[in-house]
Ligand binder design. Structure first.
Ligand SMILES: Cc1ncc(COP(=O)(O)O)c(C=O)c1O
Length: 453
C-alpha cells in the first residue's frame, strides 16, 4: 500500500494543546466509574488518572479534548506512532477476512514468520508467537527447559519480566504475587553502575558483578541451571543501561558454564534503542530472544526466537494458543517490520535519542536534583536524587515532576524517583524539544518548592 510518509507531521508550535485543567471532568468521571470495578492500576495512572480517547502519530487526546505530546508510546509499544496507516490497513483487512483459525497456517502468518526470521540476529530462526510479553517470556523459559532438560534460572536485581508465576519470579518486585517465587528462580546483583550493588567503580571494577554472578550460579544452582534471563536495558528500574563489556561478559560466562543466554527484548526490540535489537549494540547473539511491545505497534503480538539448532526441540513445547499468531496479529507484525525498513526507523530512533540525551545531559548540569541521565536510542530516563553526592532517591520529587509535566501536556512514564521517556520513534526534534522544555520547567518548579533554588 502507499501512504503519505508525512502522515504524522504536526505543527510543534500548536502543541501541547491543553484546553481544560487536566485530568478534566470527563476523565475524572470515566476513571471513577471504571475504578469501581477495576483495581490495581499502575502508579502512572494513579498519579495522573486521565482517560484517553484517541491517538494519532505522536500525540494523544484525552476525553476532555486536551492533546498531549506522547513521550510514552503507550508503554514502549507504539514505536511507529499511534494508528500508523499501514499497520491499520493490514489489521483491518483481516478483521473482515479472518480473525482466528487456531494455529493453522495462513498466508499472512507465513509472511510474518519469514520476515521476522530474516531480521532476527544470527541464526535465531525458530519462532513461536504469543499475545503478551509475559506469555512469550514463559514460553521462552519452557523452551530453555526443553533444550537443556534443566529448570533453574538466574535473572537480576531490578529486572521486570512479567506477572505470571515464572515470569514474576524473575522480577525484582515480588509484590505482584502473594507468596514465594517459583522454585529454581534466583536473582543476582547486576551491573547498575550508578548504584553498584558491590559499591565498585567501572571500569576499574573489571565488571566484577559478572564474576559474582558466576560464583552465585555455581554456589546457589543445584546443577540444574537452564539459563540466565536478562533485560539488555532495564525498563521498569529506570532505563538502566549496562556498561560496555557487561552483556558480552555474560555471553562468555554462559558459554563457559554451558547454560543458555535468554535476552528479554520485549521492551527494547524493533528499533527502540536505536538498533533493530538492543543486543546489536553489543554484538551478542543470545540463544533465545523474547520480543513484544513494538513488534506489532500496539496489536497484541509477541514472540520468542531461538537458535536454529534448537528448532526441533520446539516440538516438545506446543506452540498452539487461542490467539498467538492470529491473522490480525501477524498482519500488524508484518506491517510494523516493513515500516521499520521503509521509513528508516532504526536510524531515526538513534538520531532522536541522541538529540534528547544531549538535552537531558545539559539539564543535569543545571539542576541539583538530577542524579543521572540514562538512555539508549529512544529508551530514556532520569533519576532524581536529594543530593548528588549521597544519591538518596527523591521519590516525592519524581511523582511531582511527573504530574506537573503531564498537566502541562507531556504524557510520560514515572517509576518512583525514575522518570522514563519513550517517544514514538517518528517524532521530530522540534516537538521533542517542546516536551523537554516542559519537563525542565516542571523540574525547576519542584526544585523551588523543596528549596533547592
Ligand atoms: C522487559 C519486559 N519483559 C516482559 C514484559 C511483560 O510484557 P507484557 O506486559 O506484554 O506481558 C514487560 C512489560 O513491561 C517488559 O518490560
Amino acid at each position: 500500500m502507499s501512504y503519505d510518509k508525512n502522515w504524522a507531521k504536526v505543527d510543534a508550535s500548536t502543541l501541547p494543546d491543553i484546553k481544560v485543567p487536566t485530568p478534566g471532568p470527563r476523565s475524572k468521571e470515566l476513571h471513577a466509574r471504571a475504578e469501581k470495578y477495576m483495581k490495581g492500576y499502575s502508579s502512572q495512572v494513579k498519579l495522573f488518572p486521565v482517560a484517553f480517547e484517541s491517538g494519532r502519530g505522536v500525540t494523544l487526546t484525552d476525553a476532555d479534548g486536551n492533546t498531549y505530546i506522547d513521550f510514552s508510546s503507550g508503554i514502549y509499544v507504539t514505536n511507529l506512532g499511534h494508528c500508523h496507516p499501514k499497520v491499520v490497513e493490514y489489521i483491518q483487512k483481516y478483521t473482515s477476512q479472518l480473525m482466528n483459525c487456531h494455529d493453522y497456517t495462513t498466508e499472512i502468518k507465513t509472511l510474518f514468520l519469514e520476515k521476522l526470521a530474516s531480521v532476527t540476529p544470527g541464526n535465531l530462526n525458530g519462532i513461536q508467537m504469543y499475545c503478551a510479553g509475559t506469555e512469550a517470556v514463559e514460553a521462552g523459559m519452557r523452551a530453555a527447559r526443553a533444550c537443556t532438560n534443566k529448570h533453574e534460572f538466574f535473572s537480576f536485581y531490578g529486572d521486570f519480566h512479567g506477572k505470571t508465576l515464572s515470569a514474576v519470579s524473575l522480577t525484582e518486585t515480588a509484590n505482584y504475587t502473594s507468596g514465594p517465587r517459583a522454585t529454581g528462580t534466583h536473582l543476582a546483583p547486576n551491573g547498575h553502575c550508578y548504584r553498584c550493588p558491590f559499591e565498585k567503580t567501572y571500569p576499574g571494577c573489571n565488571i566484577f558483578c559478572v564474576n559474582a554472578l558466576k560464583k552465585q550460579i555455581e554456589m546457589e544452582g543445584t546443577g540444574n541451571v537452564a539459563g540466565v534471563v536478562l533485560e539488555p536495558v532495564q525498563g521498569w528500574k529506570g532505563s538502566v543501561v549496562y556498561p560496555d563489556g557487561y552483556i558480552q561478559k555474560i555471553r562468555k560466562m554462559c558459554d563457559m558454564l554451558g547454560i543458555l543466554m535468554v535476552v528479554d527484548e520485549v521492551l527494547t526490540c524493533c528499533a527502540r534503542t536505536g538498533r533493530m535489537w538492543c543486543v546489536d549494540h553489543y554484538d551478542v547473539t543470545p540463544d533465545i530472544m523474547i520480543l513484544g511491545k513494538g513488534l506489532a505497534n500496539g496489536f497484541p503480538c509477541t514472540a520468542f526466537a531461538i537458535k536454529e539448532e534448537y528448532v526441533e526441540v520446539l516440538e516438545k513445547i506446543s506452540a498452539s494458543t487461542s490467539y498467538g499468531g492470529n491473522p490480525m496479529a501477524s498482519a500488524a507484525g508484518l506491517a510494523s517490520l516493513e515500516v521499520i525498513e521503509e521509513e528508516n526507523i532504526v536510524e531515526r530512533a538513534a538520531k532522536l535519542g541522541d538529540f534528547i540525551i544531549r538535552r537531558l545531559n545539559k539539564m543535569k548540569d543545571s539542576h541539583k536534583i538530577i542524579g543521572e541521565v540514562r538512555g539508549k536510542g529512544c529508551l530514556l530516563g532520569i533519576e532524581l536524587v536529594k543530593d548528588k553526592e549521597t544519591k538518596e532517591p527523591f521519590i516525592d520529587a519524581g511523582n511531582k515532576v511527573y504530574q506537573k509535566a503531564f498537566a502541562r501536556g507531556v504524557a510520560w512514564i514515572p517509576s518512583k524517583q525514575n522518570l522514563r521517556m519513550s517517544p514514538p520513534l517518528i517524532m521530530e526534534e522540534d516537538l521533542a524539544a517542546k516536551a523537554l522544555d516542559i519537563i525542565e520547567e516542571s523540574i525547576a518548579e519542584v526544585e523551588k518548592e523543596y528549596g533547592y533554588q
